[in-house]
Design a protein around this ligand. Structure first.
Ligand SMILES: Cc1ncc(COP(=O)(O)O)c(C=O)c1O
Length: 481
C-alpha cells in the first residue's frame, strides 16, 4: 500500500533523471547551484520556510527586507513599482484586470489567452472583444495574433478601456509589442501584458525586449518559468500610469497572508542572478541552442525552427522570437504528441506538444550533456512509431455573442447533445487541445460552423474541453440560479 503517494510519485520521477527542458526555470535546482549565494540559499531553503517573525518584514506591508528586495526588483526591470506574487502569474493577471478596469468595461483581448485572463474577465464583469489568432499553415500552430484584425478592432472599438496581450506566447513567438503599446497610448487605452513566459526578456541583446521597459502599463512575469526561482513565483511590474493604491489593494487581495519565505527568497535570488549573470549566461544558452539547431536539422524528420524560419513565415504578425525556446516541428503525418512521449521514455523532459510540434524551454542551466541526450534521442528515433494522421488546425469566425461570460455565471445550465445544440447559448468554453483556442466562449450562440468544427476535432480524437460524451452545457434561458 502506498503511504505517501505524492512524495513517492516525485521520487519515481526523479529516478528517471530526465534532461530538464521544461519548467521550472531552476532546472532541478541547478540554477541555485550556479552561484555561491545560490548554494547557500539552496541549503537553507526548507529551514527558511518561516513566517513574518520580528525583523523579517511583511509582504502585505513591506517596510524592511521585503521593501528593499522590491526596490531592487523594480530597478532591475525598470518599472515604477514591482510586486512579488506568491500565487503565480495567475494572481498577477487577476490583479492587473481588477486594478485597471471597472465592471462593464470593454477590453480588447487575444482569443488564445491564458485561462486566468478569461476568469478575470468573468470575475470583473468585463465585455471582451476578441482578437483573432493567426495559424501558421506551414508549422500547423497558432503563432501570433492577426495584426490586421487587431487594428480593425481598435478602429471599431475606440470606447474600449484597454488591451490585454500575451507576450511572448507559449512557443516564444512575440507580437509587435512596441507598436501595440504605441497604439494603446494614442487611443488612451490601458495596455496590460501577460509576459508569463518572458521574465528573462531584456537581459541580453539577443533576447526580445521587455514590455515594461517599452512602456506597457502593467506586466506580469512568471519567475518560475524561465528564471532560477521556485514554482509558483511571479512578478508584477507597473508604470506610473496606473493607480498604485488600487494595485496594492488587488495584489494583496489575491495573495495568501502566509507567503513562504522560500518563495520570496527565491524570487529575490532570481533577480540577483539575472542582474549579475543573466546577460552572459543567456548568451551561452542561445549559442548552445543555435549550435544544436544546426545539428538536429541535419537529421531526417525534424526541424527546430530558427528565428529566421518564423520571421520569414509571417513578417507582418511576428516581430521577434525567444531563442531560448525550441519548437521541434514534425513533417506532415507525424505526431508531436507521440514525439513528446518518446522523448520522455528516452530521458528528455519537454514542455509541451501539439499535433505537429514539441516545445522545449532551454536555459543557461541546460548543459551540453542535456543537448547531447536530446540529439541522440532524436537521431535514434524510430520515425515509424510517430506516424499519425495530421490534423490541420482550423479557425472559424467568432460566433454571435448573446450574453457576457459573467452573465452566464448567474444562469442555470443544462446538458444537451452537441447535434441538438444549434441556436442555444453556450454555458462553458469549448476548447480543443491543441491548439487551445476556444471555438465557443460562454455566452456565445452555438452555430452550424461551431458544431462542425467541434465534430471535426472529436472525429480526429482531439480532446475538446467542455464536451463530454458528445454533450455540452447550454444556458437554460430566463432561469437564474
Ligand atoms: C501565457 C500564460 N499566462 C499565465 C500563466 C499562468 O502562470 P502561473 O502558472 O505562474 O500562474 C501561464 C501558465 O502556463 C501562461 O502560459
Amino acid at each position: 500500500v502506498t503511504k505517501l503517494p505524492i512524495f513517492e510519485g516525485i521520487e519515481d520521477y526523479l529516478k528517471e533523471d530526465n534532461a530538464p527542458f521544461s519548467m521550472p526555470g531552476h532546472k532541478s535546482g541547478r540554477g541555485f547551484m550556479s552561484t555561491e549565494q545560490g548554494k547557500k540559499l539552496y541549503k537553507s531553503l526548507i529551514n527558511g520556510d518561516i513566517t513574518e517573525v520580528e525583523g523579517l518584514d511583511n509582504l502585505h506591508k513591506p517596510e524592511g527586507i521585503i521593501k528593499n528586495a522590491l526596490q531592487l526588483l523594480s530597478k532591475a526591470y525598470g518599472s515604477y513599482k514591482s510586486y512579488f506574487l506568491v500565487n503565480g502569474s495567475t494572481s498577477g493577471n487577476l490583479a492587473m484586470i481588477f486594478s485597471a478596469f471597472n465592471e462593464g468595461d470593454k477590453v480588447i483581448v487575444e482569443r488564445n489567452c491564458h485561462r486566468s485572463i478569461f476568469n478575470g474577465i468573468i470575475m470583473r464583469k468585463l465585455a471582451p472583444i476578441y482578437i483573432k489568432n493567426k495559424i501558421s499553415r506551414r508549422f500547423n500552430a497558432p503563432l501570433s495574433i492577426d495584426m490586421e484584425h487587431f487594428l480593425q478592432l481598435i478602429h471599431n472599438n475606440l470606447d474600449a478601456k484597454g488591451i490585454i496581450i500575451t507576450y511572448p506566447n507559449y512557443y516564444g513567438v512575440c507580437v509587435n509589442i512596441r507598436e501595440i503599446i504605441k497604439i494603446a497610448k494614442e487611443k488612451n487605452m490601458f495596455i496590460l501584458v501577460d509576459s508569463a513566459h518572458g521574465a528573462h526578456f531584456g537581459f541580453n541583446d539577443n533576447l526580445p525586449e521587455s514590455a515594461i521597459r517599452l512602456g506597457a502599463d502593467m506586466v506580469v512575469m512568471s519567475a518560475h518559468k524561465t528564471l532560477p526561482s521556485l514554482t509558483q513565483t511571479a512578478y508584477l511590474h507597473v508604470s506610473n500610469n496606473v493607480n498604485i493604491n488600487r494595485v496594492d489593494f488587488y495584489v494583496s487581495s489575491f495573495s495568501t497572508t502566509s507567503p513562504s519565505y522560500m518563495l520570496l527568497a527565491s524570487m529575490d535570488y532570481a533577480r540577483y542572478y539575472m542582474e549579475s549573470k543573466g546577460a552572459e549566461d543567456f548568451q551561452y544558452c542561445i549559442e548552445m541552442g543555435r549550435k544544436y539547431i544546426e545539428k538536429i536539422n541535419l537529421l531526417e524528420g525534424f526541424r527546430v525552427l530558427s528565428k529566421k524560419d518564423l520571421l520569414d513565415e509571417n513578417p507582418e504578425d511576428i516581430y521577434d522570437f525567444d531563442e531560448s525556446r525550441y519548437i521541434i516541428n514534425m513533417k506532415d503525418g507525424y505526431s508531436g504528441h507521440k514525439l513528446i512521449a518518446y522523448l520522455r521514455k528516452n530521458g528528455v523532459q519537454a514542455e509541451l506538444s501539439d499535433e505537429s510540434n514539441v516545445v522545449l524551454i532551454l536555459s543557461p542551466f541546460n548543459n551540453e550533456t542535456d543537448f547531447i541526450k536530446l540529439y541522440n534521442a532524436l537521431r535514434d528515433c524510430p520515425m515509424m512509431e510517430l506516424i499519425s494522421k495530421s490534423i490541420p488546425i482550423k479557425i472559424n469566425k467568432f460566433p454571435y455573442v448573446s450574453l457576457m461570460p459573467y452573465e452566464v455565471a448567474d444562469k442555470v445550465s443544462v446538458k444537451v447533445k452537441l447535434n441538438e445544440s444549434i441556436g442555444k447559448i453556450c454555458a462553458v468554453n469549448i476548447v480543443p487541445y491543441p491548439p487551445g483556442i476556444p471555438i465557443l466562449i460562454s455566452g456565445e450562440v452555438i452555430d452550424k460552423e461551431a458544431i462542425a468544427m467541434i465534430q471535426y476535432y472529436l472525429y480526429n480524437d482531439v480532446t475538446v474541453l467542455g464536451i463530454e460524451n458528445d454533450s455540452l452545457l447550454i444556458v437554460q434561458e430566463g432561469i437564474l440560479k
